[in-house]
Design a protein around this ligand. Sequence first.
Ligand code: BTN
Length: 323
Amino acid sequence: MQARDVLAALAPGDAVSGATLAERAGVTRAAIWKQIEILRSKGVPIEARGAAGYRLPWPLQMLDVATIRSFLPPAIAQRLGGLDVHWELDSTSTELQRRSGEAPDLSVVLAETQSAGRGRRGRSWLSPPGLNLYLSCLKRFDGGFVALQGLSLALGVIVLRALESLDIVGVGLKWPNDLLAAQGKLGGILVELSGEYQGPCAAVIGIGLNLRLTEALREQAGQPSQDMASLHGGVPPDRNAVAAALIQALAEGLETFEREGFAGFAEAYRRHDLLLGKALRLTGAAGELEGIGAGVDLGGALLLETGEGLRRIDSADVSVRRL
Ligand code: BTN
């Protein structure tokens, strides 16, 4: 019995004794205990309830390709180049990069856990199994890198649309595409481009969403974080439904982006722009800059009203803070 099987056995939320798990799998109780410890070390808060056995504090749904597909409108399901769910990957985005030569357009990869989840600006992305969502999507484009201007911001709007379809509201965008709720970061988007500057190119779009965070995970995150459970009456939406909502929003939104570019998202971005009209301090390689957020332009750059006029910031290596 592997860690995945133990998590699946505990997923309904009922207590299961080590002896029952061991008997089902034909292994020793010590072997089960080892898998429980592996899951705990990855951040899963498995409780021990004496003779009753092991238990999760709440039920969860294991990711499942057939269930995700059942939540998708047939027209969207047909357009997918592929849909794979893994137990563990180094990173769903790295996996799609490895396969980017042959993987069809709109290939989607999910993993229950990532051993080397990557965030923006060289940060790592905490990826405990079963609690949150880690999804990457390969999208091919014909028009060269210039046609991708603003893609990263448009994706922020696309993910917000998926969240709204799940009744998760009260989330805004912090340039370029951090998904922020009142108490912290709900998710993040990592866009990595490859291909020819003026020819065919591809974007690997990686999305991480917090569905359930424990106190320990919040501390490890190193930044204020919030989960979907807290925005949804204490219980997050079904994990397979969240995956399907993301996939549907991506398929629809990326089609709009191919046709209209960021112009098709600019108005929606403005409505959700948490930096608009706010006093900001930007820190980057070139030093510090202060001013008032003045929205974004059609190329996806942040506009900042400073004492010396309007500045356009398009470096991904800038950190933005509200003052
Ligand atoms: C950020 O730093 O805000 C972006 C985080 C992106 C995390 C996701 S999880 C799925 C995909 N795989 C990764 O390794 N990273 C992205």
